[in-house]
Design a protein around this ligand. Structure first.
Ligand code: ATP
Length: 458
């Protein structure tokens, strides 16, 4: 496998240049580990989330959707263990005032002292680190107008707990029995202090989590099922198989309640890192919430007369990390006619814009026909119209955001109502009748696809 040209710096600068993703609060100098998504970023992220919903509730009958509150009753976090145990060990440097994760001070994490020489924290001549202290990652706020009189609540650090709190309600109306799942997508918040790698680790981030409730004896089988299903999902997004792996947690890495956990990892430019965690959580969460709330959280099978607390398999993914993996996997540079090109070779179904409609010139009736073509396509797929600049520059603009096809209207189009369809990856240009164009492009969108970067590597 030849070296990929992608680096995190190139991704950051492309995202900024094209308004895909950029630092938040920039007019005030930015805010740590927080980013905003612009137009193309929103479209890309939405494609990731839509693909997840499709896999969870479009392609299967055993999962239902939920959208629970971000601020839950504070006892939720007592029962879940987050209040006591959702902490990172931190050390401060008395010399430079920087704060570091005590468990990230090794060469593998490559966190650096901000002073010269650039060494690992604690190894510079002036480094003076404190003892490690546990630091809770939950953001705290208050309900009520007066801070002192209000009650302390927390922004959820994961969406999963809302699912457990609603288990009984959902079971009541969903007409499902184990094995069945509850899926949700939403923002979570963690007071992460480690300097992030772009959107890899942010203070607020979207999670796609599904809790799959199963009879206790079937838990391991379903754990294996979800490992495979989730790996397949990332490959279906077009991510190269040789850049994905499953890593099983060692015994000493496991949470106390989990009998098995594996991470789906992607080979980011910063190395292999977690995209998603898949855990066999046993009956820990339902049991804890039953104890703390006094509600029975179990399943009663009327046919067999059996009563049990289901076990839970949880695939928990991050929208931002999946989006970042797609960007890194798709990023490429090549040359067309001696000119350098940056291109995102995204799976067409993931591309923010599927087709750009471009009149060759801004006269002779071409823009009018181009608008007609755009209107023909816009209800079928995300389209964009662009008439500004030379055709080469417009192609390049679309390449940079990963648009798989450009439809060009030229003088011949006005004579015979045909257009050219230019392919982002092969650069071929085919003539297609306007009447057939929507079906031709819809067919291409549905066609099997593998990353062109793999074809080059072969
Ligand atoms: P890490 O070890 O990288 O901090 P984690 O094991 O704490 O992650 P989980 O609690 O398993 O993460 O959360 C599930 C998923 O949510 C992760 O696989 C990741 O995709 C996403 N995620 C977690 N924390 C963050 C964050 N701070 N920023 C962006 N995404 C995150």
């Amino acid at each position: 496998m030849p070296d990929d040209v992608v680096t995190m710096d190139k991704i950051v600068s492309l995202c900024k240049r094209r308004g895909i993703i950029f630092p938040a609060s920039e007019i005030y100098g930015g805010i740590a580990n927080t980013y905003d998504y612009g137009h193309y970023g929103v479209l890309l992220k939405r494609n990731v989330v839509d693909a997840w919903w499709q896999a969870m509730i479009g392609d299967r009958d055993d999962i239902v959707a939920l959208d629970s509150a971000i601020i839950q009753h504070p006892r939720t976090w007592e029962a879940s263990g987050h209040l006591a145990g959702f902490t990172d060990p931190l050390v401060d440097c008395r010399t430079c005032g920087q704060r570091f994760r005590a468990d990230h001070l090794d060469a593998e994490h490559d966190v650096r002292c901000p002073r010269k020489p650039s060494v690992l924290p604690g190894q510079g001549p002036d480094c003076n680190l404190t003892e490690a202290r546990e630091f809770n990652l939950m953001f705290e706020t208050t309900i009520g107008p007066v801070q002192e009189a209000g009650s302390t609540v927390y922004l959820r650090p994961e969406t999963a707990q809302g699912i457990f709190l609603d288990f009984k309600t959902v079971l009541g109306f969903a007409r499902r029995k184990p094995p069945f799942g509850i899926a949700q997508v939403g923002k979570s918040f963690r007071n992460e202090i480690t300097p992030g790698n772009f959107i890899f680790r942010t203070l607020e981030f979207e999670q796609m989590e599904m809790e799959y409730f199963v009879p206790p004896d079937d838990a391991h089988r379903w754990y294996l099922h979800w490992l495979e299903a989730r790996m397949d999902w990332y490959e279906r997004l077009g991510i190269r198989g040789d850049h994905l792996r499953l890593r099983a947690h060692e015994q000493d890495e496991l949470s106390h309640y989990s009998s098995a956990t594996s991470d789906v990892e992607y080979l980011y430019p910063i190395g292999w890192q977690e995209l998603e965690g898949i855990a066999n959580r046993g009956n820990f969460d339902l049991t804890q919430h039953a104890q703390h709330s006094g509600e029975k959280l179990e399943y009663f099978d009327q046919q067999s007369g059996e009563r049990y607390v289901p076990h839970v398999i949880e695939p928990a993914a991050g929208v931002g990390r999946a989006t970042l993996a797609l960007l890194c996997d798709a990023y490429d540079e090549d040359e067309i006619g001696g000119e350098a090109r940056t291109v995102l070779k995204l799976h067409p179904q993931m591309a923010p814009v599927k087709v750009a409609v471009l009149p060759l010139v801004r006269k002779d009736g071409q823009p009018e026909l181009a608008h007609e073509v755009r209107n023909l396509l816009r209800r079928r797929m995300q389209t964009e119209y662009d008439e500004g600049g030379s055709i080469g520059r417009r192609y390049r603009r679309q390449d940079e955001i990963g648009t798989p096809w450009c439809v060009t209207i030229d003088h011949q189009s006005l004579e015979d109502r045909t257009v050219t369809v230019r392919d982002r990856d092969t650069l071929t240009q085919d003539r297609v009748a306007i009447d057939e164009l929507p079906d031709v492009l819809a067919g291409k969108l549905e066609a099997p696809w593998i990353s062109p970067k793999l074809l080059v590597e072969d």
